[in-house]
Design a protein around this ligand. Structure first.
Ligand code: ADP
Ligand code: ZN
Length: 614
């Protein structure tokens, strides 16, 4: 092999992929692979894992094999590579005989640089023999955690990958994943029989994502607030149940938003159709259960909203991680309700397996601590994964300056009276009826509501009836939950989630102790200066927005003609960079990140024309 210098790498990165700089650890990984080493790389979603094998594949003389679990993603990857002028192909059940034959012909001719296969395909009789003849240089195993039964997505077929090492011991292996605990990591090394592998672990911080957790008070309005700050851009809304995905999608459609539901109850054809419409920007918002996400590589998802509480912090991280892979500022908003927590708690308590129950219950507590906490979200999230957040200067005590807790720390106020009213209302209702009630009913009493249930129970006779008119219903609900997290009230999950006063609550009531409460934060979107400050923190650049829109419109046309998703033509990041720099000449255009040789030749003139018109 000819010697490969950092200059060669930089040139190939620019010419073939259009990128001017490597993302963290990409260069190191590529260099080790080219040096013939085995590598295990843990990079977060959006970290740029694909490039770690695509680039070395171009610099090696023979064929690179990529093992990937998802057929849909193979096609996307190959389309993207072809669009960059890189010869790549896949073999799977979706191809016609004719297409397969063509691919085989090309493979034998040695023109193809990257071949994508599923693990099942790899083991088809004779496949390994053929690969051996085809001058296989290197194997990349994507989603390598699938090999471990300890991971969250175990695929037994992955176990068979052992055969590659056995058959072609000299071929280096690169294992890639976005999620791997110690145990899974060990499994990957053992099962793939990696030899003295170089381990790379990137920071799991996603600097371009902002995190925001707000009480779920009027979900539709809150969701619309987020969507409206993103114009036509893509987003995902995660819901817990299939029914909810349908109803939320329906509500959005009624408000004129292009939205569709996605869940495991739909036929697989229907699911792929909806997924494709989303990827091709024909549907703006996907309202989905967690069944959605694994199979999409769409890099320009601008927001992820959790309508319901995610399962645990890890799921939250994975699901929010689907936003902003292209590294442009993107938002993650969770609508939080303690009634979700109560439901989950009940569900967990019904689990029969004791270990599972313990684990889930601990995970839920951590999630609630995170959601209700006032610490910087980024610091807390990374801390959960054992990482210390540091800003650019490397300060380990820094905070992100872009999350809800950093930007709008909730003020504390003397909530003694508020808390007295709630606790005494809880006690009085219980005393009057002989049993306790849930938060909603308590708030009904405080608000002086005239619902049937109140009259029937005679709760309109209580002295606290109508005592809470100074605050809104939403605020009372919020304060009630605050008192639960402060330990003055507790939710009795065994008894229909009713509220009960704790000893601390009784003491506070008796002694009129000072209770500090936080003002609720209800807006799901930032406005004005705060939003500007946030976007700056997330790395936003200034660009000509009108020009960006024109470039996007042009891109839609090109993508349609080619039948490709728009992001494959150029990413939003690239269009923004063009709209910021406004290059006038071919050579200047070449300097823009995302424009390589092939795309420059294909689209350079058209872009310069659009620029000349403005
Ligand atoms: P992952 O698989 O780790 O989530 P991808 O390989 O899908 O990440 O890459 C995410 C996005 O980042 C893609 O749109 C890709 O084109 C882009 N990307 C990768 N490497 C770079 C780089 N060095 N500079 C700019 N963009 C990059
Ligand atoms: Zn923060």
């Amino acid at each position: 092999m000819t010697e490969i210098t950092p200059d060669t790498l930089a040139k190939t990165l620019k010419d073939s992929f259009g990128f001017s700089t490597f993302r963290p650890l990409q260069q190191e990984i590529v260099e080790d692979i080219l040096a013939g080493r085995d590598v295990l790389a843990l990079l977060p979603t959006g970290g740029g894992k694909s490039l770690c094998y695509q680039l070395p594949a171009l610099l090696m003389p023979g064929l690179t094999l990529v093992i990937s679990p998802l057929i849909a993603l193979m096609k996307d990857q190959v389309d993207g590579l072809l669009e960059n002028g890189i010869k790549a192909a896949y073999l799977n059940s979706s191809l016609t005989d004719e297409e397969s034959k063509d691919t085989w012909r090309e493979l034998y001719r040695g023109t193809i640089k990257l071949l994508y296969l599923s693990p099942e395909r790899l083991l088809v009789e004779g496949m390994l023999d053929i690969l051996e003849q085809l001058n296989l240089q290197f194997v990349a195993v994507d989603e390598a955690h699938c090999i471990s039964s300890w991971g969250h997505d175990f695929r037994p077929e992955y176990r068979a990958l052992k055969a590659v090492r056995a058959r072609m011991p000299k071929v280096p292996i690169l294992a890639l994943t976005a999620s791997a605990t110690e145990r899974v990591r060990g499994d990957i090394v053992d099962m793939l029989e990696l030899r003295d592998p170089q381990l790379f672990v990137a920071s799991f911080n996603r600097p371009n994502l902002s995190y925001r957790i707000v009480p779920r008070i009027s979900p539709l309005k809150q969701i619309l607030e987020v969507i409206s700050s993103f114009k036509e851009e893509s987003g995902i809304i995660y819901c817990l149940s299939r029914a909810r995905t349908e109803s939320v999608a329906q509500e959005l459609v009624e408000k004129g938003i292009s939205a569709e539901a996605y869940h495991a109850g739909l036929s697989s054809e229907e699911r792929s159709r909806r997924q494709e419409r989303f990827v091709k920007d024909e549907t703006q918002v996907m309202v989905a259960t967690v069944a959605f996400g694994m199979g999409i590589d769409k890099p320009d998802v601008r927001f992820v909203i959790h309508h319901d509480l995610p399962k645990n912090i890890e799921s939250y991280y994975q699901e929010t991680g689907r936003a902003g892979r292209d590294s442009l500022p993107s938002e993650c908003v969770m609508l939080y309700s303690s009634s979700d927590a109560a439901k989950l708690r009940m569900f967990i308590e019904q689990l029969t397996d004791e270990t599972e129950r313990d684990v889930s219950s601990r995970q839920l507590s951590k999630l609630l601590q995170f959601a209700e906490g006032s610490e910087c979200r980024r610091v807390a999230l990374l801390g959960y994964f054992g990482e210390t957040y540091k800003d650019d200067s490397g300060d380990p005590t820094s905070t992100c300056g872009a999350c809800d807790n950093c930007l709008t720390p909730r003020e504390e106020f003397d909530g003694t009276e508020v808390s007295q009213k709630i606790v005494s209302c809880v006690l009085r209702a219980q005393k009057h009826s002989g049993f306790a009630f849930g938060l909603n009913h308590i708030v009904d009493i405080l608000m002086g509501s005239s619902v049937e249930k109140i009259k029937k129970l005679g709760h309109d006779q209580l002295s606290t009836y109508g005592a809470g008119k100074g605050h809104s219903r939403a605020e009372w609900l919020y304060y009630g939950r605050e008192l639960v997290s402060k330990g003055l009230l507790r939710i009795n999950y065994e008894r229909f989630n009713v509220l009960e006063a704790t000893q601390a609550g009784l003491d506070a009531l008796k002694n009129r102790s000072l209770v500090m409460l936080k003002t609720p934060l209800v807006s799901s979107a930032l406005s004005g200066d705060k939003r500007k400050e946030q976007r700056k923190r997330l790395g936003a650049v200034d660009y000509d927005e009108a020009l960006f829109s024109r470039l996007r419109a042009w891109r839609v046309g090109v993508a349609k003609t080619k039948g490709l998703p728009a992001y494959m033509i150029f990413s939003d990041a690239t269009l923004q960079a063009i709209a910021a720099k406004k290059p006038r000449r071919f050579d200047d255009l070449k300097g823009v990140s995302g424009i390589g040789e092939k795309k420059l030749a294909l689209y350079g003139d058209e872009i310069l024309e659009i620029l000349a018109e403005s």
